[in-house]
Ligand binder design. Structure first.
Ligand code: NAG
Ligand code: NAG
Ligand code: NAG
Length: 227
């Protein structure tokens, strides 16, 4: 009766190791929060001479580069972008921190003019969109599709925490089920061994009983002989 082929302990360990390795190689689920400029409308050029054109740039603290918005030359006209322009994206936001960013106008001889400086946060994006408006300066709409992965005020943060929790619970489920199957296999193996032992004992008992019965017959035979 070999219906139960018990897995040798060594192979059981191998199975566990393979599962653990597979679990650890699940790629990290960090999503890139790249911010692109969707549209901008500057209300002033900060230029003294009306004919001179401004050099507008966007820059975040921590980024080395200024992003020059070379098309933005006229005040009070809306510039819209596809998000694929050579200078896009503007920046990339970290997972849990805001970035201090600003829109500036470059000047050659004097300090650069500031349109505005503010904290750019992924939680500000609603439906991937965020509009920053500064009265008398500019109105700009930024896009970041991964900044609002799920609904709510701190969507991006929550979603990544959720993903982490899910990954952890999947790991726990896998480990627990592996341990449970190992225990079940060990239990079945011990049960099978016990059943074998019992069977042997029963066979032995039957064998002995057969002898006893034989003795009885002998006795009877002996009796009949004596008679
Ligand atoms: C969002 O994040 C994922 C994962 O890193 C990436 O593949 C995708 O390109 C990102 N989407 C955008 C619009 O940045
Ligand atoms: C700065 O710009 C250069 C050239 O466009 C680019 O290779 C580099 O990755 C940029 N660095 C940062 C921090 O954006
Ligand atoms: C800013 O621009 C957006 C997009 O073009 C527009 O919907 C919004 O009404 C503008 N806000 C102001 C105050 O001009």
């Amino acid at each position: 009766m070999r219906w139960l082929a018990p897995i040798p302990p060594r192979r059981g360990c191998l199975l566990l190791c393979v599962l653990l390795v597979a679990l650890c190689s699940i790629p990290g689920s960090s999503s890139s929060r790249v911010v692109t400029l969707d549209s901008i409308d500057i209300f002033t050029t900060h230029e003294l001479l009306p004919i001179s054109k401004p050099t507008v740039y966007f820059r975040c603290n921590g980024d080395n580069n200024k992003t020059y918005l070379l098309d933005v030359k006229e005040a009070n006209s809306i510039y819209t972008f596809k998000g694929e322009e050579s200078w896009q994206p503007l920046t990339e936001l970290p997972e849990k921190k805001c970035k201090r960013c600003g829109l500036y106008e470059e000047d050659t001889f004097i300090k650069d003019d500031v349109f505005d400086e503010w904290e750019l946060c992924s939680s500000d994006f609603k439906d991937s969109k965020y509009t920053h408006f500064k009265e008398g300066q500019f109105n700009a709409t930024f896009l970041c599709s991964n900044c609002t992965a799920s609904a709510g005020h701190s969507g991006a943060h929550e979603s990544s925490a959720e993903v982490e929790t899910k990954k952890a619970s999947v790991a726990v489920i896998i480990i627990v089920s592996v341990l449970a199957s190992v225990l079940v296999i060990i239990g079945l193996f011990l049960g099978y061994k016990y059943w074998q032992k019992r069977k042997r004992e029963r066979d032995q008992a039957r064998f002995l009983k057969l002898f006893e019965e034989g003795d009885d017959i002998d006795d009877e035979l002996g009796l009949s002989n004596e008679l």
